[in-house]
Design a protein around this ligand. Structure first.
Ligand code: BGC
Length: 763
């Protein structure tokens, strides 16, 4: 049914309009355009009109009140580039606007099967001229440079000609907000126009970032099915093409083709922009739309998750997966920004969000894209090594907490650079990718070096004390607790990193000594270091509280006072916007899952009772002020049998942006949470885990659902899980043997097979 693939919202309230600019963004991993109106809102309305290129950034100075050694001097910031959205329709001197005349009907929606965003409007001008307009736009998933807009215009009660003005506007600035640390507070003017061409039915604006002199070109052409008188206009920073259509009743079909090229990817961005737009504008819009549909058909054939019995959540889940596809960088030069390409929150930066929350989806459903994301991390390994030296580490690599091209961009080190766990998170994702795909060649090419270099950091920052390996002065995922000793999450993940670096070293020594030898020469790695890795992980300190029988979040956490939740009114959340960090740091209060997340990622480090006790303890003091929290709690609630809770947390994740539950969707969608929704199903309800020589499943179904069906790939096998109330069917299509554990029973699959099991009872 079509409605199962449609997200619609017709509200014209200012707040909803802003939110929907993010919700209705069209992106393809290279370009991203917010869902602004072509004809704009009235001037008194707020808007964040934005177009972005993934990893197209400007370097801006960081201004500190007090600066200390090795603080980053500059940071990268995504640039709001030339606006190619502008199209106005004029009849009798009156401009079409949803805020003038009469709107007889409006239907505004995103179609996730076709991959386009549509507005269907029946409008009567103040002078009584009626128009039916359908505006369809998309960022092509096949031609990554292309953002195209199509207009179908029907003149209902008149046949005079109309005017269509189409512009590209180089007079753009970035969005700033002084009072929200999640947004930039300065540097709005970072792009300036360097040249404009308006000739031979082509408009092109080339702009340059002010400091780093990177170039971006937007090149535009049009097509129109009716005869027009066409004129071109070159005004201050704005190029325009004006079409005066001849009188007549024919439905006008008008397409605007905008092509984006930038100097980070294109050697001759000006001529290449023109060539590409020339080629693509020969394709009718319908053809581009069909190609978009085909791309998505293939995507959904594997990625779709069918929930039976919960239409709203199913839609939310599909929206989240669609956004992940729109956000993911597809060229190994870029990654997935915390807000995708839907807004400027977090300035287009990449965080650990990618590895821990989004890569799992790509690893299991689109492995070639996962590989691209991992290659990106490999491409910035040199910067990470340099950062390690700046931080005083003799060896190893320290991945930046937030970045675009590899240099640290975090100006607040207690919540940024101190989150050393990002090193282990990256290593973890390489290993999970390897275990899920068996792609040892890629591990030899990139993974081994990343694993060794990240592992080295733990030796640099850790030390032995009374026989245990301890790691001091780090911040774990919970940003309401900073700079602590022996954060359980960090230590447990570092252990995994060290263990796998050791394991891989000996595996390669056995299977490909020549390759290992040349890598060891390249990074001067000695076997003694590997022995150090082994000693460190074997003796890793993993804090445990004997009285509470839980893993302590860190050495000092449990001796702090508990935050006064009872007397904290609702409007004081998120705490980070209402309390000084030091106030927050003094209490037992979590922004997001920390130990609970570690219990998911490295579950074999603790027994199930400790995991359960810890969940019960930390849940009470977690605010979920970060959107990364609920998914982790949902997964773990499923694991320990709190199915109703797992379901409640899942609901929080599934519609977080659609319902704007965090109140900041206007700044962009929350991509990590979107990956978390998928994980809450696949790792949560279905209980998937990727282990060393097998994968395991422990399917459970929330009470409200009558069924759940999803697919994934494991070592080339296509696995379909079809859960219903009383049974689960697992269909495996494979050419080579794989091992699958279902509810703790091991199945050694050698060829295509179907397994049927009873489902675990709802608890
Ligand atoms: C979270 C971090 C996350 C960042 C970007 C913060 O609010 O605490 O864990 O990496 O947002 O999404």
């Amino acid at each position: 049914m079509k409605n199962e693939w449609i997200i619609s919202d017709n509200s014209l309230n200012e707040e909803d309009l802003l939110k929907n600019e993010s919700i209705f963004n069209v992106s393809n991993g290279y370009i991203g355009i917010r869902g602004n109106f072509e004809e704009k809102y009235p001037d008194y309305y707020g808007t964040i009109r934005g177009s972005y290129i993934n990893a197209f950034y400007e370097e801006v100075p960081i201004q500190y009140g007090e600066k200390a050694y090795a603080f980053p001097e500059k940071m990268q910031k995504i640039v709001n580039i030339t606006d190619a959205q502008n199209v106005s329709i004029i009849i009798d001197g009156e401009k079409f606007s949803l805020f003038e005349g009469t709107v007889k009907s409006l239907n505004r929606y995103l179609d996730m099967e076709d991959g386009c965003y549509v507005r269907e409007i029946w409008w009567v001008s103040p002078l009584g001229k009626e128009l039916k307009i359908k505006i369809t736009r998309l960022a092509s998933l096949k031609y990554l440079e292309l953002f195209t807009i199509n207009y179908e215009i029907e003149k209902v009660n008149f046949d005079e000609g109309i005017i269509i003005e189409s512009g590209i506007d180089g007079d753009v600035t970035n969005f700033t907000n002084e009072s929200d640390p999640r947004l930039s507070s300065g540097h709005a003017n970072i792009l300036s126009v360097v040249s404009m061409v308006v000739e031979n039915d082509i408009m092109q604006i080339v702009s340059e970032t002010k400091n780093s002199k990177k170039l971006v070109a937007v090149t535009t052409k049009h097509s129109c099915n009716v005869n027009c008188d066409v004129s071109l206009l070159n005004a201050y920073k704005v190029a325009k093409t004006i079409f005066k259509t001849e009188p007549g009743k024919e439905i006008i079909n008008f397409t605007k083709y905008n092509v984006y090229t930038d100097s980070r990817r294109y050697k001759s961005l000006v001529s290449q922009g023109i060539d590409i737009v020339d080629k693509l504008s020969r394709k009718p819009f319908e053809e581009i739309l069909n190609e978009q549909r085909d791309y998505l058909k293939e995507f959904w054939s594997l990625a779709d998750i069918n929930i039976q019995g919960d239409e709203k959540l199913k839609l939310g889940l599909r929206y989240n997966l669609f956004q992940l596809l729109q956000a993911v960088g597809k060229d190994s030069k870029s990654n997935i920004a915390a807000k995708g390409l839907s807004g400027e929150g977090y300035e287009g930066h990449y965080f650990w969000d990618t590895e821990i929350y989004m890569l799992p989806f790509f690893t299991l459903c689109k492995p070639e894209l996962a590989k691209g994301l991992l290659k990106y991390r490999f491409s910035i390994l040199d910067s990470a090594r340099q950062r390690a030296r700046e931080l005083g580490h003799k060896k190893g690599a320290a991945y930046p907490w937030r970045t675009i091209i590899g240099k640290e961009c975090s100006a607040y080190f207690p919540g940024g650079t101190a989150q050393y766990h990002i090193n282990a998170d990256i290593a973890y994702s390489y290993i999970q990718y390897y275990l899920a795909t068996g792609d040892i060649e890629f591990i030899k090419e990139c993974g081994a070096e990343v694993l060794f270099e990240t592992a080295r950091i733990w030796i640099e920052i850790g030390h032995f004390h009374k026989g245990e390996f301890k790691i001091d002065a780090v911040t774990g995922p919970d940003e309401y607790t900073a700079i602590v000793n022996n954060n359980y999450y960090t230590n447990a993940m570092a252990k995994y990193n060290l263990k796998w670096a050791t394991k891989l070293y000996y595996e390669l020594l056995d299977k490909d000594p020549q390759m290992l030898n040349s890598l060891c020469n390249k990074i001067s790695l000695l076997e003694e270091e590997i022995q150090q890795f082994a000693r460190a992980y074997e003796n890793m300190c993993l804090p445990y509280d004997k009285e509470l029988k839980i893993n302590a979040q860190d050495d000092s956490f449990l001796s702090k006072a508990v935050w006064d939740f009872e007397n904290t009114p609702k409007e004081k959340y998120p705490l980070l916007l209402n309390y000084h960090p030091l106030t927050i740091y003094r209490y037992q209060v979590l922004k997001q899952a920390d130990t609970v997340l570690a219990h998911f990622l490295v579950e074999d480090e603790s027994d199930i009772q400790t995991i359960k006790n810890s969940y019960d303890y930390y849940e009470k003091i977690t605010t979920h002020d970060s959107s990364l929290s609920c998914a982790a709690y949902s997964i773990m609630a499923s694991k320990i049998g709190y199915l109703d809770k797992a379901y409640e947390y899942f609901i929080e994740t599934a519609r977080l942006d659609l319902d704007d539950t965090h109140g900041n969707t206007k700044d962009g969608v929350h991509t990590a949470n979107m990956g978390g929704t998928w994980m809450a199903i696949v790792y949560g309800f279905a209980g998937l885990r990727i282990k060393e020589n097998y994968i395991s499943l422990t399917p459970k179904l929330p009470k409200k659902w009558s069924g759940l069906k999803f697919n994934f790939l494991y070592k080339g096998a296509h696995i379909q899980v079809d859960m219903s109330v009383d049974k689960t069917e697992i269909t495996i299509q494979c050419d080579c043997p794989i091992n699958l554990k279902i509810n703790n029973v091991l199945y050694e699959i050698v060829s295509n097979q179907k397994i049927e099991i009873g489902i675990l009872p709802n608890k």
